[in-house]
Design a protein around this ligand. Structure first.
Ligand code: PHE
Length: 343
């Protein structure tokens, strides 16, 4: 008799191990625990036919066997439930041990990329980044910058007028005045931002474009500082081999003023048919000069005590040079096939 109990126990343990589906679980229950035909039930039924001396020990063992069967049943049921959950989760959550998806980080817009490069160079030289409104007053955009009312830049064809002497700023220079009024010297800032001019869009013009203004005001600032700073900046941006040239120029808000050229970054001045520099070997890159005493005064700074230099550059033009972009409007058409090339 004990052998039979052991046999059933072995069968029970084996069957429990083999439970993989709810059907297996049901079959296990029927085979061992069913009240009618279950193998354990039939053992209980046998007790009555045993000699009285064996009944209690047999009964105890069959009870233990039933307990074992019930425990194995519960365990299998629990692990089936967990498997079910895992299966469901597996469908929702990707296997974290698989290699990750390659997520394409979209490239920066070329205007942003160039702006960041330029900002980084000036941040390294100890400059702050300033900001100012795109909707400006005529006063900040013109008068305070020593641009008198009859100046051609103020005429309707250049400026978007918004009424009540409000305009869209035509350059980032009004932030010079705002910054001088807001800060105390020493002032070292750059001002990236949008500017607006009433130009028809064509391959070299758009009615909105980007500039970066620079302003330094301290005691004892001379044209040598202007030259040294801009040379350092342009070599950092375009490469050490770049040559820089200053040409006398005129801006109402700087005196003296200079336009700054760099040697052609494409041909280096060696190709008389170069499409970028037109064979001249030089590219005009920015306007600059010593801050006009009237402008310092408008900024609330004593020109007897302080001097400074300023410069302004067109980000779009630099981006075009940098990327070999032949039509400035590419920056604003918002076409993915153009933008996706900017890697
Ligand atoms: N504001 C000038 C322009 O838009 C550029 C400039 C800035 C020139 C500062 C000199 C000094 O053309």
């Amino acid at each position: 008799m004990p052998d039979e109990i052991e046999e059933i126990q072995r069968a029970l343990e084996k069957a429990a191990e083999g439970i993989k589906t709810p059907q297996d679980l049901q079959r296990f229950k029927e085979e061992f625990l069913s009240r009618k035909k279950g193998k354990i039930t039939s053992l209980f039924k046998r007790i009555g036919s045993l000699p009285p001396g064996e009944r209690s020990s047999f009964g105890r063992r069959v009870n233990q066997l039933r307990e074992l069967a019930e425990n194995l049943y519960k365990k299998a049921e629990k692990s089936l439930k967990e498997e079910g959950w895992k299966e469901k989760l597996r469908k929702i959550i990707p296997d974290p041990t698989l290699p990750g998806f390659h997520k394409k980080i979209p490239p920066l817009h070329p205007i942003s990329e160039i702006s960041h490069r330029i900002e980084e160079i000036f941040l390294r030289m100890g400059y702050d980044i300033e900001d100012g409104p795109e909707v400006e007053t005529e006063y900040y955009n013109f008068d305070a910058l020593n641009i008198p009312p009859h100046h051609p830049a103020r005429q309707e064809q250049d400026t978007f007028f918004l009424g009540k002497s409000l305009i869209l700023r035509t350059h980032t220079s009004p932030v010079q005045i705002r910054a001088m009024r807001r800060r105390k010297p020493p002032i070292r800032i750059i001002v990236p931002g949008r500017v607006y001019r009433r130009d028809e869009a064509d391959p070299t013009h758009t009615p909105m474009f980007y500039q970066i203004e620079g302003l330094v005001v301290e005691r004892g600032i001379s044209f040598a500082h202007l030259k040294g700073t801009l040379e350092t900046f342009l070599k950092a941006l375009f490469g050490e081999e770049t040559r820089v040239r200053f040409r006398p120029s005129y801006f109402p808000f700087t005196e003296p003023s200079a336009e700054v050229d760099i040697s052609c970054p494409v041909c280096g001045g060696t190709d008389p048919h170069c499409s970028v520099c037109g064979g001249s070997g030089w590219i005009e890159i920015l306007g600059s000069g010593m801050v006009h005493p009237q402008v310092l005064k408008a900024g609330g700074i004593d020109p007897e005590e302080y001097s400074g230099f300023a410069f302004g550059l067109g980000v779009d033009r630099i981006s075009m040079l940098w990327r070999g972009i032949s039509d400035i409007r590419n920056h604003y058409w918002n076409r993915l096939d153009f933008l996706e090339q900017m890697k």
